[in-house]
Design a protein around this ligand. Structure first.
Ligand SMILES: Nc1ncnc2c1ncn2[C@@H]1O[C@H](COP(=O)(O)OP(=O)(O)O)[C@@H](O)[C@H]1O
Ligand SMILES: [Mg+2]
Length: 135
């Protein structure tokens, strides 16, 4: 996979969620995504950044353009060193929430992107990597 300079957005304050979404939207626009996919990417970034803010701050959102063979796209890595998620399978289920939220953030994000990976360890933190490819 070809490497590009990543953009790192620290997630500490609530406004950082907005910054991450804007940076990601700009990068995806530069990469050539159309309005519908731009909205998907922006929503995915918002959800991942909000989860860091709500459950595990501080953390980071890393954004970069990617290339694999002839395919181009964008990768978002949401990383924190928070409490981790005890049961990832459960957390990926629609409606599962520990905060009285909608419980749609993680499963919704998975549906918005082409590739979704989550690694979480108790007391070590959580890393969610998503990729969206240009079509
Ligand atoms: N980065 C994270 N660190 C720790 N727990 C998390 C993190 N992201 C999500 N979770 C857990 O997974 C649950 C489901 O997340 P999500 O699908 O976004 O729904 P919601 O945020 O509405 O609860 C959260 O309620 C929380 O318990
Ligand atoms: Mg959420």
């Amino acid at each position: 996979m070809a490497e590009a300079e990543p953009v790192m957005v620290p997630i500490q304050d609530e406004l950082d969620i907005v910054r991450a979404r804007q940076e990601g939207r700009q990068l995806a626009k530069d990469a050539g995504f159309g309005p519908v996919d731009l909205a998907r990417v922006a929503t995915a970034i918002s959800e991942l950044a909000r989860n860091i803010y709500n459950y595990a701050r501080p953390g980071t959102i890393e954004l970069k353009k990617i290339q694999r063979g002839s395919r181009r796209g964008i990768q978002v890595v949401a990383q924190d060193h928070g409490p981790g998620i005890d049961n990832v399978e459960e957390a990926m289920r629609d409606g599962y929430t520990t905060s009285g939220g909608l419980g749609a953030g993680l499963p919704g994000t998975r549906r918005l992107v082409d590739e979704f990976e989550i690694v979480s360890r108790r007391n070590e933190g959580t890393t969610v990597t998503v990729r969206k490819w240009l079509r």
